[in-house]
Design a protein around this ligand. Structure first.
Ligand code: ZN
Ligand code: ZN
Length: 277
């Protein structure tokens, strides 16, 4: 199984970092968790075309996590020669989000249907709204949805994916909570979006101060990883943006709280884990 941080950025624009999106590749399955800014470009960088996405897993509907969903829908539709539906899983509200996104794309869909004789139907999206505890399979991957705490944003989900004995926990934006610990229990890889509260606190802007109460800090992510007994912690969604060369500074903040491997870096940073069964 490969876990690839496609985009490690945040809502703050940065020329080096795409928005939040993580790709899990296992047994011929491509699971895309969130669709932040530039996701289709980063997928291209790892040789995954939009038509090759097996399923999209949305953690929540904050703009930085869904802003390029429309690009995924359009590219998946136009670059797919067959009428294969795009499978999307997300929290309650995902269906309304898709209907609204398709409404936004209505002009483009009409132009293309009118122009291409071999295109006779618009994008087909199979959206499944999930509640915590729901489980499903995509190919050989078993996926379960878990409650996270990004309050007052509600509902939000994290995903636990298992393939051939390898487990990855994809947390999304959340503060530590019992359900998150449970989702991460014994995971080989735990991906957590984080902020540096020490740096954010120095910025004299209330709108930035507001984010402190609903994200995990680097320390908290490390503490969750330790409590849950995970092997590798992957940090992403760096707020503020981590400059190249600052990786050791961020890692040093997590280190006292977690004994395992800590992975962080530029977009496309990845880890590979071999099948255990
Ligand atoms: Zn969020
Ligand atoms: Zn976010």
């Amino acid at each position: 199984m490969d876990v690839i941080l496609l985009g490690t950025g945040s809502p703050l624009p940065n020329p080096q970092r795409a928005g939040p999106a993580t790709l899990v590749r296992a047994g011929g399955v491509n699971l895309l968790a969130d669709c932040g800014r530039g996701v289709v470009m980063r997928l291209a960088a790892v040789g995954v075309g939009p038509a090759a996405i097996s399923a999209v897993l949305l953690t929540h509907m904050h703009s930085d996590h869904i802003t390029d969903l429309n690009d995924i829908i359009t590219s998946h539709w136009v670059m797919n020669l067959g009428p294969t539906p795009l499978k999307v899983f997300g929290p309650i509200g995902a269906k309304a989000l898709f209907e609204a996104t398709l409404a936004m794309l209505a002009f483009d869909v009409k132009y293309r249907l009118d122009h291409h004789a071999d295109l006779n139907a618009g994008p087909v999206v199979e959206t499944t709204e999930l509640s915590p505890g729901d489980a499903f399979v995509v190919g050989d991957c078993a996926v379960s949805a878990h409650r996270t705490d990004h309050s007052p944003v509600f509902p939000t989900l994290g995903y636990r994916v298992e393939h051939a004995g390898v487990i990855v926990a994809l947390a999304g934006d959340t503060v530590p909570c019992a359900e998150l610990d449970e989702m991460c229990r014994g995971a080989d890889v735990y991906v957590q979006t984080v902020i540096r509260d020490d740096l954010v606190r120095r910025v004299p802007a209330q709108r930035l101060q507001d984010i402190l109460d609903y994200h995990s800090t680097v320390e908290q992510a490390a503490q969750t990883a330790q409590r849950a007994g995970v092997r590798t912690l992957m940090l992403t969604h760096y707020v503020p943006h981590m400059a190249s060369g600052q990786e050791e500074e961020w890692r040093a903040i997590a280190r006292p709280y977690f004994d395992g491997e800590i992975v962080l870096g530029d977009d496309l940073t990845s880890v590979s884990r071999s099948a255990k069964a």
